[in-house]
Design a protein around this ligand. Structure first.
Ligand code: NDP
Length: 396
């Protein structure tokens, strides 16, 4: 018997709410709260139609800690599941501390005025969460999230040491738009325009944004695609928690069309995050750009093709060298048919539900602040197969 409070009613929030509603024996009560209550109500209507369950909706500004604390005290959830934006991570963790409730998210904190993400701000809550006997699970999406669990599972069952880790994220889907992002445009563009960074021999090496690329031949008919080196948040915790790691990198595929649009938008200043005076009013160009781009939640019916996200790992077991590729393929159309969303929202929302299930059933339970690879990967890996994200492990 558990009551989950989901915060954020965007592309990912819709999938999480649907997937929690499907698992009625764990999530006996579901509340969906977000800044715009109509979005919560629309999702609740879809869930009633598709699954036949009634969920409760609330209006909430999650930047306001006292508002969140009041809501938590009123509805008494067992877990706060944050799928709003990374800016809300710290106010929501503060609210959870004050109200004494467990916390989960899918993306690490970013200060709004600096395009930078780091775990240090959230790791700083470790002692306070432990002292209050509550738990925070960080980054329970696909990447971060499932990729951390893939690495932990490989470490547990296939390697004595992993020496090289390449996380490769391929979206081979097509939404037919000139330019659109598959998750929140503001967060997506901030991430992609940053300098690249990878870890080698105990230190971080920086690269110019999207300046390094490789071709990778993806399985199951996707074929060769160009992948670009980027910095991604799971690298920060994995280099601390994975035994023997000598090099860790993250790669993502982008189409030429996407990159050309991004270059033009950057060149004309539309990706800036500092305020600009326009007609006596201060506006942030990237926030304005977000307002005119398609919402990720609207891409569901338009997107076809597949995603393939996985970990390519080289290491040793019993003194022998070994290369293992663990991956999931997700179809945009199948995701849409099941929950009305494209595969990027789906591959984030399903692991968020599974992470919540791990916490609420006690499979993963410890006071403090944790990353995904710090728990036993086995029950999570089993749940991925059951709840819509089956995976494969191939020795290469
Ligand atoms: P959307 O922009 O579609 O949705 C964000 C939602 O959060 C909106 O409903 C928005 O409300 C709401 N929100 C924003 N600010 C507040 C606030 N102050 N209080 C309450 N609600 C607020 O984004 P996505 O659903 O695509 O992404 C959600 C999260 O998932 C992001 O943090 C993203 O980084 C993360 N993510 C993680 C991935 C992973 O694999 N780990 C992959 C993809 C995404 P409104 O509608 O009013 O603006």
């Amino acid at each position: 018997m558990a009551h989950v409070l989901i915060i954020g009613a965007g592309g990912v929030g819709s999938v999480v709410a649907h997937k929690c509603a499907q698992v009625a024996d764990v999530f006996t009560e579901i509340t969906l709260a977000s800044r715009t209550k109509q979005k919560c109500d629309a999702i609740a209507g879809e869930i009633k139609k598709r699954i036949g369950r009634v969920i409760t909706t609330e209006a909430l500004d999650a930047d306001d800690v006292s508002q969140t604390v009041a809501l938590i005290r009123r509805i008494k959830p067992d877990l706060v599941l944050n799928v709003a934006l990374p800016y809300q991570d710290l106010p929501l963790m503060d609210a959870c501390l004050e109200a004494g409730v467990d916390y989960l998210d899918t993306a690490n904190y970013e200060p709004p005025d600096e395009a930078k993400f780091e775990y240090k701000w959230q790791w700083a809550y470790q002692d306070r969460f432990a002292e209050n006997n509550i738990m925070a699970l960080l980054g329970s999406g696909f990447d971060p999230g499932v990729t951390n669990v893939f690495a932990a599972w490989a470490m547990k069952h296939h390697f004595d040491e992993i020496h090289q880790l390449d996380i490769i994220d391929c979206n081979a889907g097509d939404h037919g738009q000139h330019f659109a992002t598959n998750f929140n445009p503001e967060i997506n563009i901030r991430e992609i325009t940053q300098r690249g960074r990878y870890w080698e021999h105990g230190e971080w090496v920086e690269t110019d944004p999207l300046s390094w690329s490789m071709m990778y031949d993806f399985p199951e008919g996707i074929g060769p695609k160009k992948c670009f080196l980027m910095y991604h948040e799971e690298l920060e915790s994995l280099v601390q928690n994975l035994k023997g790691l000598k090099r860790a990198r993250f790669w993502m595929t982008f189409s030429e069309q996407y990159l050309t649009h991004l270059r033009v938008l950057e060149n004309v200043g539309m990706t800036r995050i500092d305020p600009v005076n326009y007609g006596g009013q201060e506006i942030i160009p990237l926030k304005f750009l977000k307002a005119v781009l398609p919402e990720p939640a609207s891409l569901g019916p338009l997107t076809s093709g597949k995603t393939c996200i996985g970990c390519l790992m080289k290491g040793v077991q019993n003194g022998k060298e070994k290369t293992l590729y663990v991956y999931n393929i997700c179809s945009h159309e199948a995701a849409y048919n099941e929950v009305g969303s494209q595969a990027i929202s789906y591959t984030t929302g399903v692991p968020a539900m599974i992470g919540a299930m791990m916490m609420l059933t006690g499979a993963w339970k410890a006071p403090g602040v944790w990353n995904m690879e710090q728990f036993d990967p086995d029950p999570f890996m089993e749940a991925l197969n059951v709840h819509g994200l089956p995976w494969k492990a191939e020795e290469l």
